[in-house]
Design a binder for this molecule. Structure first.
Ligand SMILES: Cc1cc2nc3c(=O)[nH]c(=O)nc-3n(C[C@H](O)[C@H](O)[C@H](O)COP(=O)(O)OP(=O)(O)OC[C@H]3O[C@@H](n4cnc5c(N)ncnc54)[C@H](O)[C@@H]3O)c2cc1C
Length: 467
């Protein structure tokens, strides 16, 4: 049954569009606002000179069946592609060499990433007790305590660069990696927890990040949000920036800019905001002036994504993996690179290989002070040395994200609590997006279902069931 009640969703990234999709399916009248001219938010794909370039996420992990369900609903199921087997192999840079990241106990024993002492320290993990200061631990101190310094420096540090472009000394283990934290809380250790947790997961529909399949779309990641937006039709207002939300007697009034620059307003019953934290703070400051000081604490470091295409004859080494990550101890001018054309088809023309190179992040915020040409030159020089590539790239493009990814740093728990409080104090307002509930595409989709259920509960309690 169709509801008369109006819902506004801010943001046409994957979080906002997925939420709008589920709510529309339930019969609600939804309008999505986005300041950008295209749907997708961080998902941005470009086709140029035979290369398919993803400047945001290159892929996602299928940690929830909701991704395939959403793809099916919007006619994208056949466009979903999965990474080939080689993508399971990842490398870590150590002393100028790319060494395979061990994927199991046997490989760990043979690995030259760790010394014998480092390997023993990993094996000792089941005998390490819980920490008393559980809630306020950084990821680094948690991993160093449980698995040793070598593991923290050569596995976790580069891994965190790859996922968050973040600093493991600042990230809160509980907030940024809640499942890892929970393994210690629930089972007393990571190895014990992984064994026991796998049995429990079998009973649920969720898949762990370690065992989830890596997916993308034939025509790039942005084709997914674009298809969701298309299915929502004129419910999605692009080039429509929301500038303020104010309280009115019977709901909320949204002030927004039309694509032609004229100002407009709309009264709605419910708002789901999925835009970045600092923009959320600005929009709701008249409703709650305590929200901005909380949300503005969430740091978004800059990241530059460089996409380079080379002829195979320029590349010395075998491209037999996902790519590589660089521990901060190795001091390079980039964070790591994905061997894009190895993982998915049609990312580069025949005979060419393409690479997505990441630079910046919390470690290297100076990229904002350099010229773009300098940042590219430093990163490419180091990248070519590591890879043994000769000559200049045949294709080169880049995108600078001045505020790339929200960091779930120490203290984030208080921010999260305040967001819950804000929702309780302001019934009908819901804060979502990648600064709550996880940054990965899979987490954003999972979260879209959670927030949809919160909206439905609110609607049912206030106005009676809609179905
Ligand atoms: C470089 C990069 C690489 C990544 N790689 C991966 C990866 O490989 N795998 C993975 O799983 N995840 C990856 N991520 C993370 C993931 O892509 C994002 O966390 C996710 O796409 C965020 O989706 P979202 O909808 O929450 O937010 P966003 O995509 O940021 O969407 C927010 C939207 O809000 C709009 N907006 C902002 N202000 C306003 C306003 N005032 N009014 C209206 N609209 C507004 C913006 O235009 C934007 O479209 C990556 C992210 C980046 C930046």
């Amino acid at each position: 049954m169709k509801s008369e009640k109006k819902i506004a969703v801010f943001g046409a990234g994957i979080s906002g569009l997925a939420t709008a999709h589920w709510l529309t399916q339930k019969g609600y009248d939804v309008t999505v606002f986005d300041s950008a001219g295209k749907a997708g938010g961080s998902m941005q794909t470009v086709f140029e000179e035979g290369y398919l370039v993803d400047f945001g996420p290159n892929s996602g992990l299928e940690t929830t069946p909701l991704i395939a369900k959403l793809a099916e609903d919007v006619g994208m199921k056949n466009e979903m592609i999965y990474a080939n087997e080689q993508a399971n192999k990842r490398y870590i840079l150590k002393n100028e060499k790319l060494l395979p990241l061990p994927t199991g106990p046997g490989a760990l024993l043979k690995s030259s990433i760790f010394t014998i002492g480092g390997k023993f320290r990993v094996a000792f993990e089941p005998f390490v007790g819980k920490s008393d200061d559980g809630y306020y631990q950084s990821l680094y101190s948690f991993v160093e305590r449980r698995l040793g310094k070598q593991f923290a420096d050569y596995v976790i540090d580069p891994f965190v660069s790859g996922v968050y472009a973040g600093d493991p000394n600042k990230l809160s283990v509980q907030s940024a990696f809640p499942k890892v934290f929970a393994l210690e809380q629930k089972y007393g250790g990571l190895i014990k927890g992984m064994i026991k947790g796998a049995k429990e997961r079998k009973k649920s529909s969720e898949t762990s990040k370690q065992s989830a399949k890596m997916f993308a779309f034939k025509n790039g990641m942005q084709s997914f949000p674009e298809a969701i937006a298309k299915s929502l039709g004129n419910k999605v207002k692009l080039s429509s920036k929301v500038v303020k939300v104010i309280d009115v007697d019977y709901g909320k009034r949204i002030l927004y800019d039309n694509p032609d620059g004229s100002h407009a307003e709309l009264e709605v019953d419910v708002i789901v905001s999925t835009i970045p934290a600092s923009s959320t703070a600005e929009l709701f400051d008249e409703i709650d002036n305590n929200l901005p000081p909380k949300l503005n604490q969430i740091v978004y470091p800059p990241v530059m994504v460089i996409y380079a295409g080379y002829d195979f004859s320029q590349i010395k080494r075998k491209l037999d993996g996902f790519g590589f990550l660089i521990p901060s101890k190795e001091q390079k001018n980039f964070l790591g690179a994905i061997w894009s054309s190895t993982i998915f088809p049609n990312r580069a023309p025949d005979g060419k290989a393409s690479f997505t190179i990441f630079t910046g992040g919390i470690r290297n915020q100076k990229i904002l002070k350099q010229t773009e040409d300098e940042t590219i030159a430093y990163a490419l020089k180091d990248f070519k040395e590591v890879m043994g590539i000769s000559g200049e790239p045949e294709y080169l493009s880049f995108k600078l994200w001045p505020k790339a990814i929200p960091q779930y740093n120490l203290g984030y728990i208080e921010i999260e609590k305040y967001c819950d409080e804000f929702e309780t104090k302001n019934p009908g307002l819901f804060l979502s997006g990648n600064f709550r509930g996880g940054i990965s595409v899979g987490d954003c989709v999972k979260n879209s279902e959670l927030v949809t259920n919160k909206v439905i509960d609110y609607m049912n309690n206030k106005y009676g069931a809609n179905e």
